[in-house]
Design a protein around this ligand. Structure first.
Ligand code: GRF
Length: 209
């Protein structure tokens, strides 16, 4: 009997890797019916690579090129090649700080997702928890979404609220947001791995099975 092929995840990140760790742990515990086959970072010493290696996962640094904001063409080709070689079914961005060019998104059409630390479309872009605090909102949250060519504009997969409490600092608010991220991202990826989420234009439809 041939074993059924597991859902294969690639993760891209530039930071400390708490989301990547939560996703890997959810695969190990069986919450996500899949496996993390490759972790790639554009930052050589990023914590995400260390955390991946500590879990015995394949972890690669790929130089991003000269642009500060996006992958250049050579880097884009290397990222695509590494992920295609690993035969990933889904690319999960977890704190990846560069814009992915259209060629990358076309190579993995409808198969790139991201976690954003605010309730989109509020506060897209960088340090969304700081934006929320400075704006003075009482509630912010977390969004899991598909990635398109805009900045944090793709179809929403899941959202959860997080209260802004009196006395919150950027650090305390971000920590509370990250606790929610570590639940909602693995849960969304599990649903994607089970084939329970369909995209229809801007809408995503969850089929509970
Ligand atoms: C998270 O807050 C995520 O929402 C944002 O970047 C941060 C990454 O954190 N996109 P980590 O590296 O997963 O700890």
């Amino acid at each position: 009997m041939t074993a059924q092929r597991k859902f294969r995840l690639g993760i891209l990140g530039s930071g400390k890797g708490s989301n990547a760790a939560a996703i890997a742990d959810a695969c190990a515990s069986g919450e996500i019916p899949g496996e993390v086959v490759l972790v790639v970072s554009d930052v050589e010493k990023a914590g995400i690579l260390e955390r991946a290696r500590a879990r015995g996962l394949e972890a690669l640094y790929i130089a991003p090129g000269k642009s500060r904001a996006r992958l250049d063409e050579t880097a884009e080709a290397s990222f695509i090649q590494a992920l295609q070689r690993a035969e990933v079914d889904l690319v999960a961005l977890a704190g990846f700080m560069r814009i992915l060019p259209g060629g990358f998104l076309r190579a993995f059409a409808n198969r790139v997702v991201n976690i954003h630390p605010a309730l989109l479309p509020a506060f897209p872009g960088l340090e969304a928890w700081k934006q929320a605090l400075e704006y003075g909102v009482k509630v912010t949250g977390v969004t899991v979404h598909f990635v398109d060519e805009g900045i944090d504009t793709g179809p929403v997969i899941a959202q959860e609220t997080v209260p802004v409490l009196p006395g919150d600092t950027p650090e305390t608010l971000h920590a509370r947001i990250q606790e929610v991220e570590r639940k909602i991202y693995p849960a969304s990826i599990a649903a994607l791995a089970r084939g329970e989420i369909r995209v229809q234009g801007r809408q995503t439809v969850w089929k509970r099975v």
